[in-house]
Design a protein around this ligand. Structure first.
Ligand SMILES: Cc1cc2nc3c(=O)[nH]c(=O)nc-3n(C[C@H](O)[C@H](O)[C@H](O)COP(=O)(O)OP(=O)(O)OC[C@H]3O[C@@H](n4cnc5c(N)ncnc54)[C@H](O)[C@@H]3O)c2cc1C
Length: 489
């Protein structure tokens, strides 16, 4: 966490915080709390619980509070300052994104990374900064949480979700245990948040002593002198290969199925507010077409990450090298590839994440009721049924899940999938840095509208009961008697 001391850096930060307070005041934010309180048997019910205090969870929490939805709480299983990948399994040196993105700032300039950075280190340092070091991004997120005083509780894991009348009951373990009732649940649970790590079938029977997923905790020191295979050519493949090489691995091979490295980050070419706000409203066939094209062309690894690997003489990029099978052999691995058999001591699978809801015990009750794109939204004439896409949840306009069979699990309409899995339905507004504020705004508008509609009788009763006069009665005189006199003449 960024320490506030009496250094010039912290003086700059104090000034920034004062500016933020003033901007919020000028904008009359946060809005006044407006959701009627509810309780069951004397126990207060939360309006919204957010699970996950990574970037998406923080942006959603902040936007809820700014919108006057204040009876909320956000839980994260990780300790404070360790939410998300940045200082845990992210093995890059810097963010992949450009430094200038406004990210979770929600339209408030003093909340941007740039404002936070320049307040402490000055504009010259900003001009000199190439990309944001990943730990500094984490520091910024920690500041974001504290400066907005967000109600985050760490070391608390969501372990179960169930229906409780018209409410949702969530079970918690860790620093807070027991059951909490809430009206809305936001799952800001990250890339692996609705499934887990995706691993190819050929690895499933292989002893975990010989392989790890790129998001696992890996003891790189133990790989010193060893021969390592890394599957894939994406950013995480490069970051893991580089980390192994820097830790003294004997040799690292990147096993890349493609004949060529992906070189163009296609979506950056058309990045615009049109994409941010328009993607969710496109017909399904167009959504699929964008998703399919992106999956086919793939996002290239950053140049710096690729150079971080290739600067090592003991690194090899093996292209057109598809994996046919993997088995344990003589204390290591025998990998049959389209280029012939290869032997390694250890393998790292940088094979991404899945939307397999069944893979997460906390969502067991929900999993079989969640409608996915494969349940009608995807049509064969849209293109190939890519597994990563047909498994994506088919979400409503506020990221809410929809039921596979209407009436079978009504709470799904109040559970919002604010993570990577929403991308096919909503565009890239709930995972990556660039458009997370737009995503949080869409989410919170939807939640605000549905809470308001649900409480409409109370709001109407409040309208009728409102008795504070605007006029005191001394602002005018009733001229009707004079009019009567005139007409009588
Ligand atoms: C290695 C890596 C590098 C990336 N680099 C970039 C980049 O440079 N630029 C970019 O735009 N995007 C990048 N991304 C993509 C994206 O920005 C990140 O994944 C980002 O962390 C997404 O934020 P999030 O809040 O959705 O998820 P996360 O940051 O992963 O946060 C999810 C949180 O949910 C918590 N959680 C999950 N399940 C539970 C549970 N049951 N109970 C309680 N808590 C739970 C987790 O502890 C975690 O803290 C990167 C992703 C990865 C994996």
């Amino acid at each position: 966490m960024t320490q506030v001391t009496s250094s010039p850096a912290s003086a700059g930060l104090e000034a920034l915080e004062a500016r933020l307070r003033q901007d919020l005041e000028f904008l009359e934010l946060p809005g006044k709390p407006w959701v009627p309180a509810r309780a069951v048997d004397g126990v207060p019910v939360r309006d919204v619980v957010v699970i996950g205090a990574g970037m998406c969870g923080l942006a959603a929490t902040a936007k809820l509070i700014l919108s006057g939805i204040t009876n909320i709480v956000t839980y994260d299983a990780a300790p404070a300052g360790f939410e998300g990948p940045w200082v845990t399994f992210a093995r890059m040196e810097t963010l992949r994104s450009p430094k200038s993105l406004s990210g979770p700032a929600l339209g408030l300039a003093p909340l941007t990374f740039r404002a936070w950075f320049t307040a402490q280190y000055g504009t010259e340092a900003w001009a000199d900064l190439d990309k944001i070091p990943k730990a500094q991004w984490m520091d910024y997120l920690v500041w974001y949480r504290y400066v907005l005083n967000l109600p985050v509780r760490n070391n608390v894991r969501l372990t179960g979700v169930s229906q409780a009348g018209d409410l949702i009951a969530i079970d918690l373990e860790g620093a807070e245990t027991g059951r909490v009732l809430t009206r809305r649940l936001v799952l800001a649970t990250g890339r692996s948040g609705l499934g887990g790590f995706a691993a190819p079938d050929f690895l499933k029977a292989v002893d975990r002593a010989y392989w790890a997923h790129s998001a696992d905790e890996i003891d790189f020191d133990a790989l010193k002198g060893k021969k390592i295979a890394v599957i894939g050519a994406g950013a995480s493949s490069m970051d893991n290969a580089a980390t192994a090489l820097e830790a003294g691995a004997g040799a690292v091979d990147l096993l890349i199925r493609r004949k060529e490295m992906p070189r163009i980050n296609k979506m950056t070419g058309i990045g615009s507010q049109g994409v941010v706000h328009g993607m969710a409203h496109l017909p399904d066939a167009w959504k699929w077409k964008f998703g399919d094209y992106n999956a086919a062309t793939q996002v290239p690894p950053p140049r710096s990450s690729t150079l971080r690997v290739s600067r090592h003489a003991n690194a090899r990029f093996l292209l057109d090298c598809g994996i046919l099978s993997v088995c344990e052999d003589k204390g290591g691995l025998l990998i049959e590839t389209t280029q012939g058999p290869l032997h390694y001591d250890f393998l790292i699978a940088a094979t991404g994440f899945s939307n397999d809801f069944e893979g997460r015990p906390e969502f067991e009750v929900l999993a079989r009721h969640i409608r996915s794109w494969k349940d009608g939204r995807y049509q064969p004439d849209m293109g190939l049924p890519r597994e990563s896409m047909i498994e994506a949840p088919d979400l409503g306009p506020a990221f809410e899940f929809q039921e596979l069979v209407p009436g079978s699990c009504p709470m799904l309409a109040h559970i919002h999938c604010f993570n990577d899995a929403a991308m096919l339905t909503h565009g890239k507004v709930s995972g990556d840095i660039p458009a997370v504020s737009a995503g949080a705004e869409r989410l919170v508008r939807g939640i605000a509208a549905s809470l308001f509609a649900e409480d409409v009788e109370t709001h109407f009763a409040n309208l009728v009961a409102y008795e504070t006069p605007e006029l005191q009665g001394d602002e005018w005189t009733d001229s009707t008697p004079l009019l009567h006199k005139e007409t009588a003449l």
